[in-house]
Design a protein around this ligand. Structure first.
Ligand code: 13P
Length: 250
């Protein structure tokens, strides 16, 4: 079963609108006509209109780093999925470890956001991953199963097709420590088996599982060429067009 890979940039809380536009203007010509993999950019909400406008007519998708589960209302500081759709965003990250760590997002919140994204036809990239203490305590498998089960509560096999999962071991994020391809493949197999248990083997064989955590130009090939790894979610190394391009063209 061959799955089209997705190479995605999570810019986190970096870039001004002019810096974001300069990135897209420099990056797009270098991937014109490129069809091997899908490419997506995840800028901060205030940058979305600029990046979407700059990427218009290209095959590069643009999404949010986070959406709220309610469609609208008195939720100061949050971004609504209706707003994301209205400006032309097509994807969203859900449950990034920084959201879990600093903003108290639980598996229950992740689940509600996943339902909202699917309802509105936005491609959800659900982020999961263990912290260092969990890995060292031999709990990685259990943590991943719990996160997948929690995120997928109430999701039917029919609704699940657009879902992308990103396995991002928290100890590898922004640390320069990457999971070895073997470690990533092991984790992806655990996640895929859990998806099979919950939603059946057909969904599991089609669902894309990205790896994230210190992906750089010099380790992207070893990771992304694994059959079990369906692409990358890149933080720091996605901020410069050259570096992100080198990962896209691993
Ligand atoms: P780094 O690539 O900077 O480790 O970040 C990974 C990440 O969190 C992507 O979502």
């Amino acid at each position: 079963m061959s799955r089209k890979k997705l190479i995605a940039a999570n810019w986190k809380m970096y870039k001004t609108p002019s810096e974001a536009k300069a990135f897209v203007d420099a990056f797009l010509p270098t991937v014109a006509g490129y069809t091997r993999d899908e490419i997506a950019l995840f800028p901060s909400p205030v940058l979305l209109p600029t990046v979407i406008e700059a990427a218009k007519g290209s095959s590069v998708a643009v999404g949010a780093q986070n959406i709220y589960f309610a469609e609208e209302g008195a939720f100061t500081g949050e971004t609504s999925i209706l707003q994301l759709k209205a400006v032309g965003g097509t994807h969203t990250l859900i449950g990034h470890s920084e959201r879990r760590q600093y903003f108290g997002e639980t598996d229950e919140i992740v689940n509600k956001k996943l339902h909202t994204a699917l309802k509105h036809g936005i491609v959800p990239v659900v982020c999961i991953g263990e912290v260092l203490a969990e890995r060292e305590a031999g709990q990685t498998e259990q943590v991943l199963k719990t996160q997948v089960t929690g995120a997928f509560a109430g999701i039917t096999p029919e609704a699940a097709a657009p879902i992308v999962i990103a396995y991002e071991p928290v100890w590898a994020i922004g640390t320069g420590k990457t999971a070895t391809p073997e470690m990533a493949v092991d984790a992806h197999r655990i996640v895929r088996a859990e998806v099979a248990k919950l939603l059946g083997s057909d969904v599991a064989s089609k669902i894309r599982i990205l790896y994230g955590g210190s992906v750089k130009p010099d380790n992207a090939t070893a990771l992304c060429s694994q059959e079990e790894i369906d692409g990358a979610l890149v933080g720091g190394a996605s901020l410069k067009p050259d570096s992100f391009l080198a990962i896209v063209k691993y």
